[in-house]
Write a new protein. Structure first.
Length: 293
C-alpha cells in the first residue's frame, strides 16, 4: 500500500486473503518452526485475553529461556497474508539472535567495534512489551536498552548498527564506551547526519513525505532543522510519524491538510507492521511537541 498516494487522494491497493489463519493456528505454525530449529526445545503456547498477550515460552537444555510475544507478528500477517513466510522468518531470525547472544555471552567485541550508534524512535507501548521480553529471558535489573522520552507516546532509544545486524545499545555498553547521555545523543545524531544526502522529500503544495531506507525514516525528524528548507508549509511544520517508514509533513495553518494527515496517521498506525504513533506532532520552539486538538 502506498500511503504517499493516500495522502494525495489515492486508495489502498491489493486485498488480503479471504480466510487468513486465526491466532491459534499462527502460533502453532511458529511453534512448529521453533521445534524444527531446536528439536530439544520445550515449548508452551499461552493465549491471553488480548492478541498482545499471546506468547510462546520456550527453553533449551543449556539453560536458555525465552518468551516470544506474537501480537505484532500476527498483525503483520493479517496486513499481508501472502507474506506469511516472511513474517515467520523474521520472528525466527529474532529467536536465533537471542539464542546466539545467550550462547556466546554477547561478547562479540569485533562486531561492536565496527558498530555505528544510531537513534531510533519507538513508543511507550513498545517499551513496556520489550521490558517484559527482557525479563522473560532473565535480564532482571540489567535492562538491555536505553530509553528517553521524546514527545507524547514517542520515546527515543539507540541501536548498534552493523552490515550484518542491528541490536539495541545497552546502558552497560554505553558506559563501556564512555558515553554519557549528552555524548551518546550527540554521537547518534552525528552518525545520522551521514544519511541526509539519501533523504528524499516527495510532494508539494504544502504536503510532503520524507523517505529514507525504511529503517531510519522516522529518526530523520530529529534532524528536521537540517532539511526544513526543502519543504514549504503554512505555519509550523506538522508531522505524522505513524510508522518507522512513514513520515509525512504539512503546515499547522493548512486545516485541510492537517485533517487529512490525522486520518491517514490513524490508518497507518492501525495497519502498519512497523507502527508508531497516530498522534500528530508539531515542530515548535525548536523541539517536537504533540499537536493539540
Amino acid at each position: 500500500m502506498s500511503f504517499f498516494s493516500k495522502l494525495f487522494g489515492g486508495r489502498p491497493e491489493g486485498r488480503p486473503l479471504e480466510h487468513p489463519m486465526d491466532l491459534h493456528a499462527f502460533a502453532d505454525r511458529y511453534a512448529a518452526l521453533l521445534r524444527e530449529a531446536w528439536p530439544q526445545a520445550r515449548l508452551a503456547i499461552t493465549h491471553g485475553a488480548l492478541v498482545a498477550d499471546t506468547r510462546i515460552e520456550w527453553s533449551l537444555p543449556d539453560g536458555f529461556k525465552a518468551t516470544n510475544f506474537l501480537g505484532n507478528s500476527y498483525q503483520r500477517y493479517l496486513d499481508a497474508p501472502q507474506r506469511l513466510s516472511e513474517v515467520l522468518s523474521d520472528q525466527l531470525a529474532s529467536a536465533r539472535a537471542m539464542q546466539r547472544s545467550f550462547a556466546s555471552g554477547d561478547n562479540d567485541d569485533a562486531d561492536r567495534a565496527n558498530a555505528v550508534i544510531l537513534p531510533v524512535l519507538k513508543t511507550r507501548g513498545w517499551h513496556e512489551i520489550a521490558l517484559q521480553q527482557a525479563r522473560s529471558i532473565g535480564a532482571g535489573a540489567q535492562i538491555p536498552f536505553i530509553v528517553e522520552p521524546l514527545a507524547g507516546d514517542l520515546v527515543l532509544t539507540y541501536v548498534e548498527d552493523t552490515p550484518e545486524s542491528m541490536s539495541f545499545l545497552s546502558p552497560t555498553e554505553a558506559e563501556r564506551r564512555g558515553l554519557g547521555r549528552e555524548a551518546l545523543h550527540a554521537q547518534a545524531l552525528n552518525n545520522l547526519t551521514k544519511f541526509l544526502p539519501e533523504l528524499q522529500i516527495q510532494g508539494g503544495e504544502g504536503r510532503y513525505v520524507a523517505r529514507l531506507d525504511r529503517n531510519y525514516d522516522a529518526s530523520m525528524v530529529l534532524l528536521f532543522d537540517r532539511w526544513r528548507e526543502r519543504i514549504d508549509v503554512q505555519g509550523d511544520p506538522v508531522f505524522a510519524i505513524a510508522a518507522r517508514d512513514e513520515v509525512m509533513v504539512c503546515g499547522s495553518d493548512d486545516a485541510d491538510s492537517v485533517a487529512s494527515l490525522k486520518d491517514i496517521a490513524a490508518q497507518i498506525e492501525q495497519s502498519s507492521a512497523y507502527n508508531l504513533s497516530r498522534a500528530l506532532y508539531v515542530f515548535r520552539e525548536d523541539r517536537l511537541q504533540v499537536l493539540a486538538d
